[in-house]
Design a binder for this molecule. Structure first.
Ligand code: PMP
Length: 354
């Protein structure tokens, strides 16, 4: 605390990311990172970035990367935006589209950065309860008091996806507000809404290279939307930071899009390990939600340990998972899917503790 802080800064409750403990023996299943390395082509592209590209500022429009993304997703370059991780794209979208008078709607159990952006940007949040089965109650979204909608698909931390037809219905019923679909985890099985951007001028889809493409450390995200919305994001970005995507991240992103086989293989491995993990935890008596992401949401509700006790015991053994001391979440753990070997160590520890 400092008397130089503005009232706004005093009031903020910043987002707290999962801890980044490292070292031999640490099994990190707490920040939904990919357990496999990035493609070798990405590493090669990084090594080959010319020294001049480091000396100079990068292209403020990131044209090459946006062209690659446009070709990959079969859209126009005017429909693509890139940013410093999808967190930045979310923040810029909140600034560009949600700072109106009416409240921004999002699920009450969802990505905990959304309320933080609302605080920072003075946006009124309207949190809508999940259904009893932990699915998003999309029929309760929209309406005359809605200033916009944001949710992850699949949702985090539940891992449950929403069918694209439901998103389409929401877009049709609410043509005057922006609907932002946060597809950070869409690589792992959920159907993407990118194909709807030509039909719905109020849709923004954000994606990331952090999860399916193992590039969380490079900070690279992309958004897809109608050209006028992308233009709004560009105007906002250019009023804040001309160069959020650096030369190395840009070269790495382009290389990653060129190695489709590696991307598909690693995603398939993670999905396979996820299904094995769900089965094993269910057999141990856990309640586990169906997941379309690279993590699962599990509750040890029929064993003799609470979620927070298990979280602490795992932590003591250097096995990191995520737990939130928040109403509705305290009985659950979010467990990132690691390699098969990491998950075996996780299971050995869980079995010893319950
Ligand atoms: N959306 C959701 C739902 C997430 O869980 C995350 C990762 N914390 C992000 C967006 C942001 O990811 P990144 O900034 O690495 O692209």
């Amino acid at each position: 605390m400092s008397h130089y802080w503005t009232d706004l800064v005093r009031r903020l409750t910043p987002y707290v990311p999962g801890i980044q403990r490292s070292g031999a023996g640490v099994i990190k299943l707490n920040t939904n990172e990919n357990p496999y390395p990035p493609s070798q082509q990405v590493i090669k592209a990084i090594a080959e970035v010319p020294s001049d590209s480091i000396r100079r500022y990068p292209d403020p429009q990131s044209l090459q990367l946006r062209e690659s993304l446009a070709a990959y997703h079969q859209v126009d370059i005017e429909q693509v935006f890139v940013g410093n991780g999808s967190d930045e794209i979310l923040a810029l979208s909140f600034m560009a589209f949600f700072q109106g008078k009416q409240a921004l709607q999002f699920p009450d159990i969802s990505y905990s950065f959304y309320p933080v952006y609302c605080d920072l940007l003075n946006i009124k949040p309207h949190m809508i309860a999940l259904n009893e089965d932990y699915t998003i109650a999309l029929d309760k979204f929209g309406g005359s008091d809605c200033g916009g909608v944001v949710f992850p698909n699949p949702n985090a931390p539940t891992g449950i996806g929403v069918p694209v037809e439901q998103i389409e219905l929401l877009l049709q019923k609410n043509p005057d507000v922006v609907v932002l679909i946060d597809e950070a985890y869409a690589d792992f099985g959920a159907e993407s809404a990118i194909k709807l951007i030509n039909t719905y001028p109020n849709l923004v889809v954000s994606r990331t290279f952090s999860k399916g493409r193992s590039m969380a450390g490079l900070r690279l995200g992309a958004a897809f939307a109608s050209a006028p919305l992308i233009d709004g994001l560009i105007r906002t970005k250019d009023s804040f930071n001309s160069y959020p995507v650096d030369a190395i991240a840009s070269a790495a992103g382009i290389a990653s899009l060129q190695d489709e086989q590696y991307y598909r293989e690693t995603v398939a491995k993670i999905c396979n390990t996820r299904e094995i993990t769900i089965k094993k935890l269910t057999d141990l008596g856990f309640r586990v939600l169906p997941s379309q992401a690279n993590f699962i949401f599990a509750s040890p509700d029929s064993s003799n340990l609470t979620a927070v006790e298990l979280f602490k015991q795992l932590d003591e053994q250097n096995i990191l998972v995520r737990h939130w001391n928040k109403p509705g979440l305290e009985d659950w753990l979010r467990i990132t899917i690691g390699t098969d070997t990491e998950m075996e160590r996780f299971f050995a520890a869980v079995t010893n503790n319950i």
